[in-house]
Design a binder for this molecule. Structure first.
Ligand code: COA
Length: 511
């Protein structure tokens, strides 16, 4: 099949041009909405052409920087290329690129870390300013101009609707068999005219398989043939397996208690290796006929679909390894019947997360003894990735679970600390904490009860004495009139573990 046959609309065929020519249509100060979510479905050629243009303009003494809005993280050829040439003024809503991260942490680039479900509506509300250009990868264009979405949906519907100008990348590496897998919901509206979203099960299809675009706005069509980012997963290590084991035991206990049905409730699983390991554990575990309602579908869920443990999964993106992608492509008809790809405003919608009763499982950087969770900032100041969808799910989930190894950096950091150095998920949104040491079920516990359970179940034994000592002294100070007993703290000391790490490279003083 030639590339051109993917562009069946005659008018849009007239707009085919090189990535360089299309990049010339983007100007300094533009906000550019790009497709892409966890390394899937991002434009491949235009961002690199734009990076060259920006580099040249700035070398010639100009000042060329743009705002980059996406679904979530992209890949080196988008975030990496643009950040490398200093071309990004402001980035939102989630990134995980090392060059981007470095620029943000050096103060050379602004970053607004937004809940993923908020982005589309904030653009519709006008809260983020004008969207100048949409750059959206698609798998093909039908004769009537409807678009076959790519391997992620993300915010593409909103970018296409809201941007003044649209540039389409038609990627012949994206399988045409994706057609029919998507469900693009066009029923959202602005308050006060919003209606309930008509979904009661994770597999419900409530929209259309195609994206719509006002053809007059399309200024360029660029042909590409490049794969998505190769996401790699390490085989589950001992810590991940132990975390997965604790979660499986807990879910089994909840079924026995009658608080979960035998096939559980729809699963949301976050990014990274631990999340993937938990899914591997579930794939070997006793639960059957499971469902997924998540934002990113990694290898673990694909394996569960293949084994039949998972009957269907809803997501906004695929994020597969090379092997996972091969399995997906080899059996596309099988997976098309079992996977629904939706806009991220729907995959992460609080109304739906609450209604469906999601079991939400996400990684974290650290938690404090009272159950506040930091998902985003190293030592309180340096961004790692971003909050992603973890807040969309955690606050509204049936069960919100956060997990991490108990220590980092060869034990020099405790991931259970007296006070979280940055809070993404407050104690009110966190029900269960898990480390390889054990699982803390915080439901129905008051703060001081929580502290005991978190320390005894989740903290590494090397840090338990110091944490117990901190709590004892904080309570004693409160009893003596220095602070309150609801959430006892020694304010001068609460973040001293972090400041010691910054000074001495370890959280606890050496004996
Ligand atoms: N303090 C400082 N550094 C820490 C730390 C802590 N408490 N805990 C971990 N780190 C360091 C690790 O040493 C590692 O450093 P390195 O990159 O130099 O090796 C780095 O942080 C990442 O740790 P790792 O354990 O490999 O992280 P991960 O891949 O399991 O990801 C998060 C954990 C929290 C970064 C990741 O889950 C995330 O970005 N979450 C937020 C978004 C989210 O939840 N999305 C899902 C919603 S669907």
């Amino acid at each position: 099949m030639t590339h051109n046959s993917r562009i069946a609309h005659p008018g849009l065929r007239q707009k085919i041009m090189s990535a360089d020519a299309a990049a010339a249509l983007i100007h300094h100060g533009d906000n550019v909405g790009m497709s892409g979510f966890t390394g899937a479905g991002h434009p491949k050629a235009l961002p690199q052409a734009l990076a060259h243009r920006i580099e040249k303009a700035n070398q010639d003494g100009g000042h060329f920087r743009i705002g980059v809005w996406t679904g979530a993280s992209t890949a080196p050829e988008l975030d990496g290329a643009l950040a490398k040439v200093g071309g990004i003024e402001m980035r939102l809503p989630y990134q995980s690129d090392p060059t981007c991260r470095d620029r943000i942490n050096k103060g050379e680039m602004d970053y607004i870390d937004i809940h993923l479900s908020h982005v589309a509506q904030f653009v519709w509300f006008g809260f983020l300013g004008k969207l100048s250009v949409a750059v959206v990868e698609v798998a093909g264009i039908l004769e009537d101009g409807r678009l076959i979405p790519s391997s992620s949906v993300g915010n593409n519907k909103t970018w296409l609707d809201q941007a003044d100008k649209v540039i389409l990348e038609v990627n012949s590496m994206q399988p045409l068999g994706l057609e029919g897998m998507h469900d693009i919901y066009y029923g959202t509206d602005l308050p006060p005219n919003r209606k309930p979203i008509p979904m009661t099960g994770p597999g419900d299809r409530i929209g259309t398989p195609y994206l719509h675009v006002d053809l007059d706005k399309v200024v360029a069509v660029v042909e590409t043939s490049q794969p998505d980012r190769n996401t790699t997963f390490t085989p589950p290590d001992e810590n991940s397996q132990r975390i997965a084991g604790h979660i499986l035991d807990f879910l089994g206990h909840e079924v026995k208690k009658g608080r979960l049905p035998a096939n559980l409730l729809p699963l949301q699983s976050g990014v990274g290796n631990i999340a993937n390991a938990v899914l591997s554990g579930l794939n070997q575990g006793p639960f059957n006929n499971l469902t997924g309602y998540t934002e990113v579908l990694q290898d673990g869920m694909l394996e569960m679909l293949k084994s039949g443990k998972l009957s269907m999964a809803s997501s906004t993106a695929l994020s597969l390894s090379v092997e996972g992608m091969k399995e997906f492509l080899d059996n596309l008809d099988f997976y098309r019947q079992r996977i629904v790809l939706r806009p991220q405003e729907i995959s992460n919608h609080p109304e739906l997360v609450r209604r469906l009763g999601i079991i939400s499982m996400n990684g974290m950087i650290e938690a404090d003894i009272y159950g506040n969770v930091n998902s985003t900032h190293l030592m309180g100041t340096r961004i790692m990735n971003g909050i992603g969808g973890s807040g969309d799910f955690a606050r509204n989930a049936y069960l919100s679970i956060f997990m991490t190894p108990s220590v980092a950096k060869d034990g020099r950091i405790s991931c259970i600390v007296p006070m979280a150095s940055h809070v993404d998920h407050t104690e009110h949104d966190v029900q269960v904490l898990v480390t390889e040491q054990g699982l803390a079920d915080l439901r129905g516990l008051a703060p001081r009860q929580r502290a005991t359970v978190v320390i005894e179940r989740c903290a590494h034994p090397d840090y338990r004495p110091a944490l117990r000592d901190y709590v004892a002294r904080a309570e004693s100070a409160a009893r003596n009139g220095h602070g309150g007993m609801q959430t006892p703290h020694i304010l001068d000391e609460a973040l001293s573990w972090h400041s010691r790490f910054e000074r001495e490279g370890r959280m606890l003083a050496q004996d």
